[in-house]
Design a protein around this ligand. Structure first.
Ligand SMILES: *[C@@H]1O[C@H](CO)[C@@H](O)[C@H](O)[C@H]1NC(C)=O
Ligand SMILES: *[C@@H]1O[C@H](CO)[C@@H](O)[C@H](O)[C@H]1NC(C)=O
Ligand SMILES: *[C@@H]1O[C@H](CO)[C@@H](O)[C@H](O)[C@H]1NC(C)=O
Ligand SMILES: *[C@@H]1O[C@H](CO)[C@@H](O)[C@H](O)[C@H]1NC(C)=O
Ligand SMILES: *[C@@H]1O[C@H](CO)[C@@H](O)[C@H](O)[C@H]1NC(C)=O
Ligand SMILES: *[C@@H]1O[C@H](CO)[C@@H](O)[C@H](O)[C@H]1NC(C)=O
Ligand SMILES: *[C@@H]1O[C@H](CO)[C@@H](O)[C@H](O)[C@H]1NC(C)=O
Length: 401
């Protein structure tokens, strides 16, 4: 009987779903997206300043009903990591605010799926990676596990951005054995393996990328859909405005990853505009068929919103089983500086965080064709938006399936 109830809950669809939005003015805002037929309504239902002063990145811990928020601390000497419980009404309650090295901008949880776990933070201004153990007994309680500070002998080829190492993202490979950290300042993707008991990291050989390219975010692709099979990696570099594909090989004895470069594509050719485009986010579509990227600072479009406001872009690229990828669509992001975006689990909606517009826009997306469509909802947020995530924990149901 209990099992049947769980299955029902898993397959249930719902007419409203929540999203969490972080913004640099200090709030984490809960939005509710309600669907009525093909019409959507987006409203603010709660705000919480427990990650202030400068929330930069959000991560949902679905298994534990928790939300982690990194505070970048733009004008303070330290950053912080706030842990929240997600309450039934969509509000969040602060559990712990932990002072960290400065400038965390990305986080990821790694560890044993059935055992100890940590959250790793990439520190942009602090030139570091830090990890915090997640308490197995006290949900939301974290304690420092490790700090790794990076150094550079001399500035990189773009000295104003490469004055020091700048860790920009932390994420795991599909098998969960390795942690990867693109370092925009050092032109490296740093790679770590970890001890399964202590979860302490050890560096293995990094992926070296061209000088001045400034790697920012990356994503893996398994054409089979299964980790450990044929594996490809796509790296978005901010300073060179490129996306580069690699064939990935797992070295014997957990010794590391080997990358064979396939192609490097300039994303600038997409835009017939003089400004320096700054790629921001890259993601794989939930159906494992497309890459989607956002580029800031190219104002490739003018939208008929508010009398013709400029818009930066999202681009979609079709993936092939051999790891090659082909341009598919260039589309307005809905406004300026799409720093981050998230697709819902079904893949029919894209929530875009427009940093300088201080707006979240929800775009429709055709799952079959992989083409992004018109905005279905739009809402102003009280500060520069840094990230937006869908709360699609299984028990809550999903919109649009
Ligand atoms: C959607 O909105 C339009 C315009 O406001 C309205 O005419 C239509 O009835 C709505 N459809 C549904 C299913 O609510
Ligand atoms: C969290 O900690 C950071 C770093 O110590 C501090 O600057 C910030 O004000 C704290 N935030 C809250 C909401 O207590
Ligand atoms: C706060 O920042 C200082 C200076 O960067 C650093 O030495 C210290 O370790 C940080 N504190 C914590 C708790 O990370
Ligand atoms: C909670 O976190 C604090 C500080 O981060 C740590 O000292 C303490 O051991 C943790 N408690 C539990 C039960 O994990
Ligand atoms: C945006 O483009 C302008 C030149 O058009 C450049 O000066 C500026 O640095 C760019 N900003 C980013 C974040 O790339
Ligand atoms: C917010 O964005 C505006 C426009 O780019 C910028 O002038 C301002 O400094 C930003 N504020 C913060 C806190 O990032
Ligand atoms: C944060 O949210 C609260 C509650 O909605 C609101 O009063 C406050 O103005 C917000 N802060 C900013 C900077 O928008």
């Amino acid at each position: 009987m209990l099992l049947a109830t769980c299955l029902l809950a898993l397959s249930a669809t719902t007419s409203a779903i929540n999203l969490f939005v972080s913004d640099y003015s200090g709030n984490v805002t809960t939005l509710s997206l309600a669907a009525s037929g093909s019409n959507y309504t987006l409203t603010k239902i709660h705000a919480n300043d427990g990650c202030s002063p400068n929330p930069s990145w959000l991560e949902i811990d679905a298994a534990n009903g928790l939300l982690y928020c990194s505070n970048e601390g733009l004008e303070t000497s330290n950053g912080s990591l706030s842990t929240f419980s997600i309450d039934r009404d969509g509000s969040i309650s602060l559990i712990q605010n932990t002072t960290t090295i400065s400038g965390p901008v990305s986080s990821t949880i790694y560890g044993d799926p059935f055992g100890p776990k940590t959250i790793a933070l990439a520190h942009y201004t602090g030139s570091a990676l830090s990890t915090y153990l997640l308490s197995p007994t006290k949900p939301g309680n974290v304690s420092l596990n490790q700090e790794i500070v990076f150094t550079l002998d001399k500035p990189g080829t773009i000295p104003d951005r490469q004055d020091a190492p700048h860790a920009h993202e932390a994420f795991t490979d599909p098998t969960g054995q390795f942690l990867l950290v693109p370092d925009l300042g050092a032109d490296l993707v740093r790679i770590f393996c970890y001890d399964s008991g202590t979860l302490k990291l050890t560096a293995v050989a990094p992926l070296k990328v061209p000088a001045g390219s400034g790697p920012r975010h990356g994503v893996f692709y398994n054409p089979s859909g299964f980790a450990g099979g044929a594996t490809y990696f796509y790296l978005m570099s901010e300073l060179a405005a490129t996306v580069t594909s690699y064939a990935v090989t797992y070295l014997p004895d957990n010794a590391g990853l080997e990358f064979k470069e396939m192609v490097s594509v300039s994303t600038s050719w997409l835009y017939n505009v003089p400004s320096q485009g700054a790629p921001a986010e890259i993601a794989l579509s939930p159906d494992n068929r497309f890459l989607v990227m956002s580029t800031r600072n190219n104002t490739a479009f003018t939208l008929p919103l508010n009398g013709g406001t400029p818009s930066d872009s999202l681009s979609t690229w079709a993936l092939n089983d051999d790891g090659s990828f082909a341009f598919h669509q260039l589309w307005p992001a809905g406004g300026e500086f799409p720093r981050q975006f998230s697709m819902n689990a079904v893949g029919n909606l894209v929530a875009v965080g427009l940093q300088t517009d201080q707006v979240v826009v929800i775009l429709g997306r055709d799952v079959q064709s992989g083409l992004i469509g018109e905005p279905v909802a739009r809402i102003a947020i009280g500060g520069n938006v840094t990230s937006v995530v869908w709360d699609e924990r299984p028990a809550l149901g999903r919109l649009g399936s």
